[in-house]
Design a protein around this ligand. Structure first.
Ligand code: CAA
Length: 258
């Protein structure tokens, strides 16, 4: 598939999307996000894909929404076109796991895009920040909601109100990222992680992703009930029968993703 601002390719059962607008530090213009959404559609549809990695360059995952493109938006431009919700939130509705492999700057909408993914693997040079305050605006792609859920109110407030950037070590300590990886090994390690997930039973993976997301989107009792019902439903999977039989037989399971 030919894209202008991203590269979409497959590595085994992993769909790899590389943001590729290097001169603008992968600033997220409408066309780039539309392409990202289309690539996610394709990977979601493909039976051959079990997990997705989104990455940028070693210098920038993404330096935010494209400031040049949006500077003259009127309220009506933003409202009628449903700016951000359209295309950006395709990541949120993706049912297969999406890993953000972040090196360099993940600022503004770049940080928010990474947080829309299921988890973030950070290169040791990663810098996270919500500097919208410097532009006279605010995080508009979920940053005011997902950042406090990830790192707590105090750090989120401080970052959003002062535009301070957070390095990889602090981000790991604060719970924003799952793991730190040396920059030159980031992609390799992200692909290994994604391939590991993609080798498990896809429906079981999807059930886990959906259930963990309920922890962020509902209260405890509703989340627990959702998890319990999905757990009950998992007994319908051929892969559950295979996984448990393989354990009993002391052999490796062969999952059919059904
Ligand atoms: N939009 C448009 N262009 C951008 C951009 C952005 N978000 N970020 C960087 N660029 C462009 C620069 O304008 C520059 O272009 P030119 O070469 O044509 O001048 C090019 O990318 C390289 O950038 P710099 O020369 O600034 O590189 P640097 O290494 O000195 O600094 C940086 C890098 C710290 C990331 C700096 O570019 C920067 O602060 N960028 C803006 C970050 C930002 O404010 N992000 C939030 C955007 S608003 C938002 O995202 C809203 C939302 O929540 C949805």
């Amino acid at each position: 598939m030919g894209y202008e601002f991203i590269i979409a390719e497959t590595r085994g059962r992993v769909g790899l999307i590389t943001l590729n607008r290097p001169k603008q530090m992968n600033a997220l213009c409408d066309a780039l996000v539309r392409e990202l959404s289309a690539a996610l559609d394709d990977f979601e549809k493909s039976e051959a894909i079990g997990a997705i990695v989104i990455t940028g360059s070693q210098k920038a995952f993404a330096a935010g929404a494209d400031i040049t493109a949006m500077r003259d938006f009127s309220y009506m431009d933003a409202y009628k076109n449903d700016y951000i919700t359209r295309d950006w939130e395709r990541i949120k509705t993706c049912r297969k796991p999406v890993i953000a492999a972040v090196a360099g700057y993940a600022l503004g909408g770049g940080c928010e895009l990474a947080m829309m993914c299921d988890f973030i693997l950070a290169a040791d040079n990663a810098q996270f920040g919500q500097p919208e305050i410097k532009l006279g605006t605010l995080p508009g792609a979920g940053g005011t909601q997902r950042l406090p859920r990830a790192i707590g109110k105090a750090k989120a407030m401080e970052m959003c109100l002062t535009a301070r950037m957070m390095g990889a070590e602090e981000a790991e300590r604060a719970g924003l990222v799952a793991r730190i990886i040396p920059t030159d090994k980031l992609l390799e390690e992200a692909l290994i992680t994604a391939e590991k997930i993609a080798a498990f039973s896809l429906p079981a993976v999807m059930m886990i992703k959906e259930s963990i997301n309920r922890a962020f989107e509902s209260g405890l009792n509703e989340g627990l009930l959702f998890e319990r019902r999905v757990f009950h439903a998992s007994f319908v999977l051929e892969d559950q029968k295979e996984g448990m039989a393989a354990f009993a037989d002391k052999r490796k399971p062969v999952f059919k993703h059904q």
